[in-house]
Design a protein around this ligand. Sequence first.
Ligand code: HEC
Length: 122
Amino acid sequence: MKKISIISITLFAAILIFNSCYRDSEEGLYRFVPPSCDTTNVSFTSTVSPIISANCISCHTGAGAGGGYQLDSYAGVKAIADNGKLVNSVTYVSNGMPKSGKMDNCNVNKIVAWVNKGALNN
Ligand code: HEC
């Protein structure tokens, strides 16, 4: 009799354990993965300009702007988008910018996506 109850308790426990694993949801398991980077709705005003303001303007404004590139206006950013230097610099292909280190991939990808969509003044 004792043996039977030990077996049934073990079995019951095993079922509970397997059941709890089976019910793990995807949301529960991957809860801490950050949301993916949205590069579909990029615009100059709401995406690119804030990134440039936070990471580039400090050196790229006024008469002494780095390389003579003033990035505090659409026209200034559009100029380096058109000559290929914006993408090359933020991807660190050449003349990596910001000089202090590459921005996180999401910011880089957003800028590249904006350029690929025509670098519009949107
Ligand atoms: C710490 C100051 C600093 C920051 C921050 C900075 N730059 Fe620059 N940048 C410079 C200087 C100085 C130059 C002039 C060329 C050189 O010294 O490499 C330059 C040159 C450039 C050039 C011309 C490169 C070439 O190939 O001729 C581009 C494009 C550029 N920066 C884009 C950016 C962008 C975009 C950001 C922000 C993501 C940024 N920079 C942030 C200082 C900075």
